[in-house]
Ligand binder design. Structure first.
Ligand code: PLP
Length: 469
C-alpha cells in the first residue's frame, strides 16, 4: 500500500462505517445464513500475488457484511449489548492508527497515564470509594481469572506460582449456582479444579446465594482441613440477572479471612445512576470487582474495568520482571501489564475517555434510565397479554418470559420454536435461557441507539409471532 492509497482507503473505510451505522435499522439484526455459507465463498488457499484493495473491499462488502450479526442494531435485544458509541469507535480507530503497545509505562506513557486518570474518573462515576484502584482488562473473564489467581496465592502464602498446587490441602472457592461460565473457566485455568468450586444454592426473588449456607460451607471446609480462599459474588447474572447480597457475602468472607470478587460485568454500568446502587449494596467492602463498559455503557469491545482494593496483591501474583522489562530509575510508575495475565496490551483507555467526555455522565445516565424504563413498560405489556407469563421480573433492563397458552404439551419446544421464529423475522433478536428447569426467553434493552419505538416494535414482533404459532 502506498501512502496515497493508505489515505484514500482509510477515508473510504471511514465513510463506509458511517453509512453502515446510519442504515442499521433497515437491516435484519441477524443474517439469514446457514453454517458454511460464508466459508464456501472463500478460496481455500492464500493468494500468491498481491490483490487490489478494491477487490478486498468488494469482498468485504459482498461476502462478509451479509454474514454479520449486527450488534449495534437498535433492536438487538439478545445476550447483553456490546455497545460501541460512535465516539468510542472513533477513539478505537485513532488507537489502531497508532498501533501502540501499552504494556509498560515507557512503551506508551500517555496510554498508562490516561488509563490511571480515566479509571479514577470512572470509579467516582460509579460511586466507589477512593480505596479502589482500577485497571482495564480485555474481558471480565480475564479479570476474574486474575482475581482467582490472587485468591489462590493468598491462600497458599504466595507460594503457589513457585510450588504449584500438587500435594497441599485443596484450595476452595465459593460462588452461587447462578454465576457466569467465566468463573468455572477461571477455576480450571488456575489449577484449583472444578470440584473445589463450591456451589452455594440461591434463593429468593433476587436468586442470591444463601449466605448461611456459604458460612456453613466455609466452616465445613475449615474443619476438613481444606483451604478456603475466596468468594465470587454476582451482580446481574447473565441468565436472569441473579444478584447476591454483596454486603452479607463480603461480611461472611471477611470474617473467615477470604478474598471477595464481584462479577458485575453487565449490571455494573448502571451503577453510574445512584438510584440503582442498592443492587450492589456492600460493594465498598469487597476486594475486587469487574464490570464491562464494553457491554452497556458504550466503550467499544474490549474494555473491562477491574477495580481492586490492594493492587499490590495483584502485582505480587502476576508480575514477572525479566531484565528487559525493567524500567530502571522509575520507581513508582505503573506498568499495567503486571496487573493481568497478558503482557502486550492495547490502549483501551482512550475510548472510555472519549465516551465519558462526549456524552458526560448525564448523557450516559439518561440512556441507562431510558432503557430500564422502556424495558419495564415492555414487561408490563407482555404480562398483560393473554398466553404470556413473565418468568422473572426486571433486574435493571433484563427480564424473562415464556409463551404458555393452554393445551401445548411441550412448552420448552414451543418456546424454542417461538424464539427462532422471532429471530428469523429479522426485526429483532432475542436469546433463550433455562430458568428453574424450563426454557424461557430473555428480553433485555441495551443498544446504544435504541429508541422507545424500537422496544415497542420488538414487543409487536413477539406478540405477532406467538399468535402465528
Ligand atoms: C458477559 C459476562 C461475562 C463475560 O464477559 P467477558 O468480558 O466477555 O469475559 C461474565 N459475567 C457476566 C455476568 C456477564 O454478563
Amino acid at each position: 500500500m502506498t501512502p496515497a492509497e493508505y489515505r484514500e482507503w482509510l477515508v473510504r473505510a471511514a465513510e463506509w462505517g458511517a453509512t453502515y451505522r446510519e442504515g442499521l435499522r433497515e437491516r435484519p439484526v441477524r443474517p439469514a445464513v446457514r453454517p458454511g455459507d460464508i466459508r464456501r465463498q472463500l478460496p481455500a488457499s492464500p493468494p500468491e500475488a498481491p490483490e487490489s484493495i478494491e477487490a478486498l473491499f468488494a469482498d468485504f462488502e459482498q461476502i462478509v457484511v451479509p454474514g454479520m450479526t449486527h450488534w449495534q442494531h437498535p433492536r438487538f435485544f439478545a445476550y447483553f449489548p456490546a455497545n460501541a458509541a460512535p465516539v468510542s469507535v472513533m477513539a478505537e480507530y485513532l488507537v489502531t492508527a497508532m498501533a501502540a503497545q501499552g504494556m509498560l509505562w515507557q512503551t506508551s506513557p500517555a496510554a498508562t497515564e490516561v488509563e490511571t486518570v480515566v479509571l479514577d474518573w470512572f470509579r467516582q462515576a460509579l460511586g466507589l470509594p477512593g480505596t479502589f484502584t482500577g485497571v482495564i482488562q480485555d474481558t471480565a473473564s480475564s479479570a476474574t481469572l486474575a482475581a482467582v489467581l490472587v485468591m489462590r496465592e493468598r491462600a497458599l502464602g504466595w507460594a503457589g506460582n513457585r510450588d504449584g498446587l500438587a500435594g497441599g490441602a485443596a484450595v476452595r472457592v465459593y460462588a452461587s449456582d447462578q454465576v457466569h461460565s467465566s468463573i468455572d473457566r477461571a477455576i480450571w485455568v488456575s489449577g484449583i479444579g472444578e470440584k473445589n468450586l463450591v456451589r452455594i444454592p440461591t434463593h429468593g426473588p433476587r436468586r442470591g446465594m444463601d449466605v448461611a449456607a456459604l458460612d456453613a460451607a466455609i466452616r465445613r471446609d475449615l474443619d476438613a482441613g481444606l483451604r478456603p480462599a475466596g468468594v465470587i459474588a454476582c451482580v446481574g447474572g447473565t441468565s436472569a440477572g441473579a444478584t447476591d447480597d454483596v454486603a452479607s457475602v463480603a461480611e461472611v468472607a471477611h470474617r473467615h479471612g477470604l478474598y471477595t470478587h464481584v462479577d458485575a460485568a453487565w449490571a455494573g454500568s448502571a451503577m453510574i445512576c445512584p438510584e440503582f446502587r442498592t443492587l450492589w449494596d456492600g460493594i465498598d467492602f469487597v476486594d475486587s470487582l469487574v464490570l464491562n463498559p464494553h457491554k452497556w455503557l458504550g466503550a467499544q469491545f474490549d474494555c473491562s474495568t477491574h477495580y481492586v482494593r490492594d493492587p499490590a496483591s495483584l502485582v505480587r501474583t502476576l508480575a514477572i520482571q525479566p531484565e528487559y522489562l525493567k524500567t530502571h530509575g522509575k520507581g513508582d510508575l505503573i506498568n499495567y501489564s503486571e496487573w493481568h495475565v497478558p503482557l502486550g496490551r492495547r490502549f483501551r483507555a482512550l475510548k472510555l475517555w472519549f465516551l465519558l467526555r462526549a456524552h458526560g455522565l448525564t448523557g450516559l445516565r439518561t440512556m441507562i434510565r431510558n432503557h430500564v424504563a422502556w424495558s419495564a413498560a415492555a414487561c408490563e405489556r407482555l404480562r398483560g397479554t393473554p398466553g404470556f407469563q413473565v418468568t422473572s421480573d426486571p433486574v435493571l433492563s433484563l427480564w424473562t418470559f415464556r409463551h404458555a397458552p393452554a393445551g401445548i404439551p411441550d412448552l420448552d419446544a414451543h418456546n424454542l420454536a417461538l424464539v427462532n421464529a422471532i429471530n428469523d423475522d429479522g426485526r429483532t433478536y432475542l436469546t433463550q435461557t433455562r430458568l428453574d428447569g424450563q426454557i424461557v426467553i430473555r428480553f433485555q434493552v441495551g443498544p446504544f441507539d435504541t429508541t422507545e419505538s424500537d422496544v415497542k416494535t420488538a414487543m409487536d414482533v413477539i406478540v405477532e409471532m406467538a399468535a402465528r404459532m
